[in-house]
Design a protein around this ligand. Structure first.
Ligand code: ATP
Ligand code: MG
Length: 582
């Protein structure tokens, strides 16, 4: 992103909060105005009382100085609350926007962009932007006001002393810039090492059984020690740089004060009053913070810029699968559930291989269709095409005769319930998992579908039945229980089309056949497409489609397919042997 566009982006982040930003900047102006004025009061005080001491007036001056200093302190607080508050607001908004945008993107985006990278963009990069906005606005405004208001006053007091004392400040500025560059690199190093250590812990914890089975505790311990040592080194390096920088700044400030004392002392009485001298000493101290901060700000700005690019690059990804402007609205109650493919062809992005190669079929409303075929023959890919989780060409796949790429996505997905090959359950109760597609479903409906999916009796044995928590904070379900819970979830939504991708692989043949019978026995028949490796379960289907290398090579009922030579008969004899061996 170009420098100017990036700047426009930053201003755009701030725009909704222009009121607080302006208030914060005005507060800083007042702070620095007071900061320039108070030493003048002190000077007047000293000058006056060194000639004529008056107890009453000294108290009045003191009260005034205390009052002004307190207001300065209050204003400083207010400026921080306003400006840092804006940074926090922008952080919140950005996180909301990132999440909303990610939800619009298709699953394939997440295959190429890892969760770790996206999390880091949504957390540390957004954090950098917050700092950039809060910290940079505050310190730029503060430094500019500090110099603009203090410098003229200092120069009006004594040009020679001011120039001499401030001569060291550019050095201080560059030292800070130099060091903050180093600090930044070392900080990044610490962060990377820290994330390596966390990844290692995470991996070892999830693979703990494997470590034990292969007796690799010692090796893992050693590997962890190495990584931990790297983290220690990085941390020590960072601490060293920090510990060198701050004494250097302190030293430079002291040298500036010494210069004033050295040159100033000889001028007192001739061209300089004691009051001027004290005021200059206070001013010099006052400019340390803005100078050092400006140095840090430049680094924060650079880091923030990189983060702006990283976050904006998420927003620049357009969802590939989205509604056209004139998308056709359908209602799930009116859909009959006829599915037609006409030369459906699909290849994954960046790949030449056709995973689906001119597929043709017609599935009638209420039909139960089994899809069988070797591993990798394209069955899951076909299943993902139906609810348009993959970016398919128009004019190749139809629901009730309507091109699915023309149907509004929410309506299409409303009409198709889908249990993917790897069933995912959320870390919440079983009940909430089952009614995920219809959060308002009654308890009775949830129990009905659990019954149909043959999971209800097992749920009855769980500690809190339907309110049992699943996942990290609750019980661990077996593979088969997970699959049947996911199936119940899909059955709860009254969709006219139900797709099951190997959704009963961890369920025994008998239960699987019973579930399939339940599916096709309802009053309102759904079109069921179920992909399976269990040929005995497939036998219950009205028709079977046999896939090989992205093509449908055979279609027919179980009996028809067994009567002809071909892939199905081979698979069947293989299956029979397996059954016998079991
Ligand atoms: N996201 C992807 N990107 C690229 N290639 C993919 C992707 N998903 C699957 N493939 C490839 O597409 C081919 C078909 O995969 P698919 O998952 O559709 O097979 P399948 O018939 O469901 O197999 P299984 O019976 O093992 O579930 C495979 O060669 C696979 O490597
Ligand atoms: Mg598959």
């Amino acid at each position: 992103m170009s420098e100017s566009r990036r700047f426009i982006k930053l201003v755009a982040y701030l725009r909704p909060y222009w009121r607080d930003t302006t208030l914060g900047i005005i507060a800083l102006l007042i702070v620095n105005g007071l900061g320039a004025y108070i030493p003048l009061l002190i000077r007047a005080c000293i000058d006056k009382f060194s000639v004529n001491f008056n107890y009453g007036e000294i108290i009045r001056y003191s009260i005034l100085i205390i009052l002004l200093s307190s207001s300065m302190w209050l204003m400083r607080m207010a400026s921080r609350v306003w400006i840092f508050g804006v940074g926090r607001q922008v952080e919140y908004e950005l996180k909301q926007k990132i999440f909303e945008h990610l939800l619009q993107l298709e699953p394939s985006y997440f295959a190429t962009n890892t969760a770790g990278d996206l999390i880091s963009r949504a957390t540390s990069d957004v954090d950098n932007i917050r700092r950039l906005l809060g910290f940079v606005v505050l310190s730029f405004a503060n430094s500019i006001f500090a110099f603009a208001l203090t410098l003229p006053v200092m120069l009006s007091i004594n040009v020679e002393l001011t120039v001499a004392a401030l001569s060291l400040y550019p050095i201080m500025f560059f030292v800070v810039v130099l060091f903050s560059e180093r600090l930044r690199n070392e900080q990044t190093d610490v962060q990377e090492n820290l994330s390596d250590v966390s990844n290692l812990i995470q991996e070892d914890i999830s693979g703990i059984s494997l470590i034990k089975i292969y007796a690799q505790e010692q090796n893992e311990h050693r590997a962890f020690g190495k990584q931990n040592q790297k983290l220690l080194k990085a941390n020590l390096k960072l601490a060293k740089t920090r510990n060198i920088l701050f004494p250097i700044i302190g030293g430079l400030v002291n040298i500036s004060s010494l210069i004033i004392i050295w040159i100033g002392a000889s001028r007192i009485g001739s061209s300089l009053d004691v009051g001027d001298f004290v005021a200059l000493l206070i001013y010099i101290e006052r400019l340390v913070f803005p100078t050092a901060l400006l140095g840090f700000t430049i680094t924060a700005y650079q880091r923030g810029e990189v983060s702006v690019d990283r976050v904006e690059s998420i927003f620049n990804v357009e969802p590939k699968i989205k509604d056209e402007s004139n998308a056709i609205r359908i209602s799930r109650n009116e859909i009959k559930g006829e599915l037609t493919a006409k030369n459906l062809t699909f290849a994954y992005p960046d790949s030449e291989t056709l995973v689906l190669d001119k597929i043709n079929f017609q599935i009638f409303p209420g039909e139960t269709i089994a899809i069988v075929g070797a591993i990798g023959s394209g069955k899951s890919t076909l299943a993902n095409c139906l609810p348009r989780l993959l970016d398919i060409n128009e004019g190749e796949l139809f629901l009730d005769g309507i091109d699915i790429t023309k149907i509004a996505l929410t309506d299409l997905r409303d009409a198709i319930a889908y249990v993917p090959q790897e069933s995912f359950l959320f870390s919440t109760t079983i009940q909430n998992n089952i009614r995920y597609g219809d959060p308002l479903a009654e308890q009775q409906e949830v129990e009905n579908v659990a019954e149909l999916a043959q999971i209800s009796s097992e749920i009855g044995t769980f500690p809190q039945q339907y309110n049992t928590l699943v996942g990290e904070r609750g019980i661990t379900l077996s593979g088969g229980q997970r699959q049947r819970t996911a199936l119940a979830r899909a059955m709860l939504v009254e969709a006219p089309v139900l797709i099951l991708d190997d959704a009963l692989s961890s369920v025994d043949n008998q239960t699987a056949t019973q579930i399939l019978k339940n599916l096709s026995s309802g009053t309102k028949r759904k079109t069921v497409v179920f992909i399976t490796h269990q040929l005995s379960a497939a036998a219950a289907a009205d028709r079977i489609l046999v896939m090989e290398k992205g093509r449908i090579v055979q279609t027919g009922t179980q009996i028809e397919l067994l009567q002809q030579p071909g892939l199905y008969r081979n698979l069947w004899s293989q299956h029979q042997v397996e059954e016998l061996l079991h």
